[in-house]
Design a protein around this ligand. Sequence first.
Ligand SMILES: [Zn+2]
Length: 302
Amino acid sequence: MAVRSELPGPALPVVGAALPASVKAGATHVRSALWLARRRGRPDENGLRILLYHRVSDDEDLLAVTPRRFRRQMELIAAEGYDVVSLEMAANLLDAGVTPQRTVVLNFDDGYLDVAEHALPVLEDLGFPATVFLPTGAIDGTSKLSWYRTQPPLLGWDEIGELDRRGTLRFEAHTVTHPNLLALGEDAARAEIAGSKIALEERLGRPVDAFCYPAGLFGRRDRGFVADAGFRIAVSCEPGVNRPGADLLALRRRQIDARDAMLDFRAKLGGGHDSPLPLRNVYRRMRFGERQPDASGRRLAA
Ligand SMILES: [Zn+2]
């Protein structure tokens, strides 16, 4: 069984999860209840929200949503009449100046095997596309996801090629070794970003247009390397809604956590969790030396 420590090393997979899990879950439930009281459950339908998952499994892992819960979440999206579109389609809409209405994108980070086992059947039943971000070295087996003592199984290249052609899951880049980009020198950061694009394009035989910053940690420099490498889209771990004018190389995503109750999921889907928990910013500044918002109001790491 994969058990994730509360405070993993520098290649922290998801920043939000670094707060003590019980504190974070408690704060999330309170916020969801306030959202319900304020909005009476009416979602904010304007704009695009990207929901971020890692694993879909019964393993005891803060990054794992159970298969049963995942199915209920997807069925709620369907019942509420949301459009689930691919990341590319979403970027096209934003690019064209269209504000997506009741629209959601689904992301899975790191390429865990259980996404194919437990999420894919649900997605195929409902006709929902999703993007899976792969650290190519971890898939090769030449690097490990550092926060796991025992790493859960990842997809293999043969399965990835087959699934990519099948269409429901589309695979995109997530560096080579899943490092904290902020801790790397220029050459290393550039190699991680561009290297994953080249490796993945070779494997898939098609252009790879989207990139995911490991743990959402990046600075202006890294965003520049992502642009230089030829990516059109990149996703962060900053919560929030995406509307026309959003930086396509820093799209916002909201993580769905293992401890989210259905009300939390509804609130996240409906915009009740579009800003980060206050504690998370304090924690990030202490841990990563993150700066205050820059002049444009966009939060960028150092
Ligand atoms: Zn990741």
